[in-house]
Design a binder for this molecule. Structure first.
Ligand code: HEM
Length: 165
């Protein structure tokens, strides 16, 4: 009785070992195919054109946001920097950050915002406009949260003053 149990255990171990060997012998591509593939945020948002459409709407809102335009440094930059270029840069940045093939070639967030003296209140104004844009395009809650996590990760480099003025 005992030796039968032992034999069964041994057979089970040998089979498990054989399965691991067989799995490792499969080409990597076959292993990948058998795993459920999670789509990137970039793909779930609909790729470059969908992201560019969202960025376009978002930046148009920011350009007429009274809270932001009350800051003379932001207003000056708005009048100086062509909005098509800004939209292009922000689009390529979002595409890259969400897993797309685009490569962001602009300055760092610290470098490009340090002269703007952006406050906590102005940051909040941007977040409110972002939410309005995402809702307008019916971006699902999960994807909105992931996008906000990306945007919020830049806050420490962009907001220089915690004042709510
Ligand atoms: C209240 C918050 C923000 C304000 C008022 C703001 C405003 C501006 C302005 C005026 C510029 C042009 C600056 C210049 O060239 O002199 C700029 C550049 C840029 N911003 Fe923002 N921004 C804000 C937050 C963000 C966030 C959250 C992101 C991305 C997650 C972002 C991405 C960019 C990019 C990619 C550029 C272009 C940098 C380059 O061309 O090198 N900004 N922003």
């Amino acid at each position: 009785m005992k030796s039968r149990q032992l034999r069964r255990t041994l057979i089970a171990i040998v089979m498990a070992f054989a399965l691991v060997l067989a799995w490792n012998a499969l080409p990597a591509s076959a292993q990948e195919k058998s795993k459920p593939k999670m789509k990137s945020l970039y793909e779930r948002l609909g790729g470059t054109y969908a992201i560019a459409t969202v960025v376009d709407d978002f930046i148009e809102r920011l350009l007429v946001n009274d809270i932001l335009n009350a800051n003379p440094a932001i207003k000056e930059a708005r009048n100086r920097v062509p909005k098509a270029g800004l939209k292009y840069r922000v689009t390529s940045m979002v595409c890259q950050a969400t897993g797309g093939p685009e490569k962001y070639a602009g300055r760092s967030m610290k470098e490009s915002h340090k002269h703007l003296n952006i406050t906590e209140r102005e940051w909040q104004a941007l977040a409110d406009d972002f939410k309005k844009t995402l809702d307008k395009f019916n971006v699902p809650e999960k994807e909105q949260q992931e996008l906000f996590a990306i945007v919020n990760s830049t806050k420490k480099d962009i907001v220089v003053s915690s004042a709510m003025k």
